[in-house]
Design a protein around this ligand. Structure first.
Ligand code: CA
Length: 518
């Protein structure tokens, strides 16, 4: 490949830039502006654009991502070992919010084909979900699901799938300890995801700590609002079940009832404002903050302008930008809620003795990300430029019109835990950016994957849904890519299948349980 040596600089004040060329560049290569590489640098890694003295700040995105440990010459490789990591901004000295006075102009006329639910939410898929109170019933549910798929599902052509909301919770846990409300409300709200059509089918064992009334309190608002017909409950230890076959038969009969109701659902034209899009990244590299994440950020602005809800998450990956987030809060209450969630997470990590250098991963580092500060600055651009309209604590659900717009849904950065919590929040569409590559998918909701580099998009041509690497090569502008993603999202919401759906790839639901296991 003979493309001329190219580096990409994010901000005029930056003293480092990223090597853009596939395969990296060898020592001695000369850039158009005369800078000569002193050593070979892999693609996505940083070169010094000028001499940086020991103790001086290294700037990317116009932000201090590190402090030089030694003198670094112009053209040298600026890697993790040459940098000291700055501390995270103190939560006590964060700026108060400066509400964005001119909101983004409204975007009208965009719609998709979705399934309207009685509670006002809209599904992008039509799925029967079977909830459970405890892991003990999972084996029985697996067998039941197999039978339902082969014997019943073909009779209900309007229903896309049957899934068990499996998890490891429910017993053997300190269920009254602080933090236990997080996994419990997550399970409750998972059952209410818009893609499940307001049908709740619950299977319990009988003796577990998480009793059905605690999982789905009859008096709680969303449960109360549901018709009696749409709820069912079955207990395996019920004396009525004489043996395994009887349990199985009872589950299949209940599934039958719910499938009949779900099969009545039809897609209809609904405004784009009905979308609840969760954005996330995983397997990031230095291109994440350059191509895929800014394109997602542009699309986030389009979605917010169209009245949709966008959830951005991953506390540890935006913690270093806490000051930027608080400055974008739509009100002092929202800024306070951002601070509250970050302080809670700081304490959680401190209690566990977590090492600040544990994120980034080895793959992130090989991809050119030196530390969490650099990763955070690239991660936060997924949230676009809109003001932050609200905050959800882990496991909380978006509710009501007031919650529209850009929301910070506080979750861990772990792909599966974040995805699970975004599903509980009510996500009906998921956008996932990746640089190193991951085949990530969810059974409950379409996951649209965006590659940060064209090389990955070509190598994984039947796993990646969109190639944002074309931004780095100049083949597409950031705006083009953002619009392309926006239109693709509307198509996927209307039923177009993503690659992970095409292949049936999905990861397990993983609950966030900060409370002890007994
Ligand atoms: Ca993640």
């Amino acid at each position: 490949m003979n493309a001329p040596p190219l580096y990409l600089r994010m901000h005029p004040s930056d003293n480092v830039a990223i090597v853009a060329n596939d395969g990296g560049l060898a020592a001695g290569m000369r850039f158009a502006d005369g800078i000569v590489l002193l050593e070979s640098i892999p693609q996505g890694h940083k070169l010094a654009l000028q001499a940086i003295a020991a103790g001086q700040a290294v700037l990317r995105y116009g932000v201090r991502i590190g402090i030089a440990k030694e003198d670094i010459a112009a053209g040298a490789w600026v890697h993790e070992q040459r940098l000291l990591m700055p501390d995270a901004p103190s939560l006590d000295t964060l700026p108060t919010c400066q509400p964005i006075t001119t909101p983004l102009p409204a975007l009208t006329g965009y719609s998709f084909q979705g399934y309207r639910n009685a509670d006002g939410t809209v599904g992008t898929r039509n799925i029967l979900a079977i909830s459970s109170t405890v892991q003990c019933v999972a084996g029985v549910l697996d067998v039941a699901i197999q039978r339902i798929k082969t014997e019943l599902l073909p009779m209900y052509p309007q229903v896309d799938d049957v899934v068990a909301l499996e998890h490891a919770y429910g017993c053997g846990v300190a269920i009254d300890a602080p933090g236990a409300e997080i996994p419990i409300r997550t399970l409750r709200h998972l059952a209410l995801n818009p893609n499940f059509g307001g049908e709740v089918m619950l299977v319990s064992l009988g003796c577990e700590k998480l009793q059905p009334e605690r999982l789905l309190p009859p008096g709680s608002l969303p449960i109360q609002a549901m018709g009696a017909e749409s709820k069912s409950q079955l207990r395996l230890q019920d004396p009525a079940h004489q043996g395994f076959q009887a349990m199985l038969q009872a589950i299949i009969e209940q599934a039958h009832h719910h499938l009949q109701r779900l099969n009545q659902r039809r897609r209809e034209t609904v405004p784009a404002s009905a979308l609840i899009v969760g954005v996330q990244c995983g397997g990031s590299d230095a291109f994440s903050g350059l191509t895929a994440n800014p394109a997602v950020g542009f699309c986030t602005d389009l979605l917010v302008r169209a009245g949709a809800t966008v959830l951005f998450s991953e506390v540890t990956e935006v913690r270093d930008a806490a000051d930027q987030l608080c400055a974008r809060a739509s009100s002092p209450e929202v800024a306070q809620a951002i601070r509250r969630e970050m302080a809670w997470y700081d304490a959680y990590l401190q209690r566990g003795g977590a090492d600040r250098s544990a994120n980034t991963t080895p793959g992130n580092k090989q991809g050119g990300l030196s530390n969490i500060v650099e990763k955070a600055m690239g991660s936060i651009v997924k949230s676009g430029t809109a003001s932050i309209a609200g905050v959800l604590a882990p496991g909380e659900r978006v509710h009501g019109q007031a919650a529209r717009g850009l929301l910070f849904a506080a979750t861990p950065a772990s792909d599966f835990i974040c995805g699970t919590l975004q599903l509980a929040a009510g996500m009906n569409l998921h956008v996932f950016t990746t640089g190193r590559g991951t085949p990530y998918g969810l059974a409950a909701c379409p996951v649209l994957k965006v590659a940060t580099r064209s090389e990955l998009a070509q190598r994984w041509h039947d796993l990646m849904d969109l190639d944002a690497g074309r931004i780095a090569t100049g083949e597409a502008s950031l705006e083009d890519m953002g619009w392309q993603l926006f239109h693709l999202l509307l198509d996927v919401a209307s039923g177009k299948r993503t690659w992970s759906e095409h292949w049936g790839l999905h990861n397990a639901l993983v609950l966030f349980n900060p409370a002890p296991v007994t």
